[in-house]
Design a protein around this ligand. Sequence first.
Ligand code: FRU
Length: 521
Amino acid sequence: MVSKELAQAREHEAAAGAAVQEEDRPVCHFTARTGWLNDPNGLSFYNGTYHLFYQYHPYSTYWGPMHWGHAVSRDLIKWKYLPAAMSPDTEYDKSGCFSGSALTLEDGRHMLMYTSCGDSSEDPTGKGRWLQTQSLAILGDDGEYVKYEGNPVISEKDLPEDADPYEFRDPFIWKGKDGTYRVLVAAARAAEAAGEEPEGGTYILMYRSSDGIHWGDGKVFFEDDRRIGVMWECPNFFPLGDRHVLIASPMDMKAEEGEAVGSIRFPQGNNVCYITGRYSEDSDTFVPDTDRAGRYRYEPVDSGLDFYAPQVLHTIDGRRVMIGWMQDPSVGNTESNGRRQSGIFGQMTVPRELSLRDNRLIQWPVSELEEYRTDESVWPPITMAPVWLRVPGIEGRAMDLEIDIRTKRSCKGCGMRFAADEEHYTQLWYDPAKSVITIDRSHSGQDESIPSKRTVKVSERKGRLSLRVILDKWSAEIFINGGEQVISVTYYTDLSAEGIRFRAEGEAEMDITAYKLAADR
Ligand code: FRU
């Protein structure tokens, strides 16, 4: 049985989705069927195909009462829309179906676990926040995800005393080697408890279940006393190499300087970080790797301007693949951000395969993306010059570029511009002496006051820099030095700005292999 709210959302998305012009969608990046999209949810493989659900407001290009959109794919790149899976249509989730994850139950049924946002009238702060609980929706024989009659399955009573039931969300579920289920849920610690204003840090709580449906035994899996942020949204936890990795999206961080003068490790606000460590399934404890001061070590996942709330998928061939929401959450919902006239707003990153090298997270576009490459052009070493040079054939808004740069001592800097015309460009600039890279979209054509520039330290490699740059209409994802660092950035420059240019101040040369990206292979 489909509720009237869900039926209405589906009717709307079918009509409005059909009206979205194909040119208004990126080539290889997922966008909502219609309207607004934020976090990826419920990434899983079920019934012979990958499933991606997403935080979805079909009725406008702004965030609103959250639905779960739904799409399926065989290769994680090309997605087929299915009807929305959930809408806020019960008393306990009437204010929104927030982020969550998916799993296949022992009996073969696909199950979604999500945060149900209910009533706001009792929020003691008077801010009108919604009571947040965790709920289930299980796939029925008719192909519909049916909200479980025992919802919510984890609620206020399952929280530590000093946790805040109004900031309690984003269940990440998995099945342990021992055959029992575990879920991590983020919760803020209430302000009074830690004696701090406005909030007292974060908990990542773990609950266990023998059947995936009845949850008990909550415990604190990880806690943070406002060292970073106030609430760590969207926790993910998974094995990688010889370690386990915790990825989360802390809100309201203070800015942190980078190692090089003028560089930033974390800008102020919402960020995504990862922590490596050792996990024991027997005791369900996670011991993070530490820094020199003996405190847990945390690192940025993406050093660009637009990346948040990623989710990690376990593929059938054993890879850990991450998809993020490619948007700065603080600017995503402002009035001013461009391109809403297309009827869609927000996009995911390309799926990125994760690995660990020397305990550092390495990200690389999944190999499936290479199937979408066409028109290869390979260039012998090109001597760069102190003017913005174009390379014949290397032009366009949907490109996959592999660039190797070698600078000599005299080189003061080198870089590239893309989505460029006479007036506009987005620029990447490398300073070999300082080993920093700056991404700058301040000339991309936007006029609103949003963060537009960021400088990050890159590892010193004797003046060598290798880049893989995925351009897809309104975004760039730049994988630096084999994926040691990634910079994701969006820009809303008119599509007629197709230029790509290169420049160096002082001696430098580069090799380029370039492809166009095309949806129809
Ligand atoms: C992260 C987030 C989640 C929440 C969802 C609501 O972007 O704030 O914590 O579940 O988005 O849409």
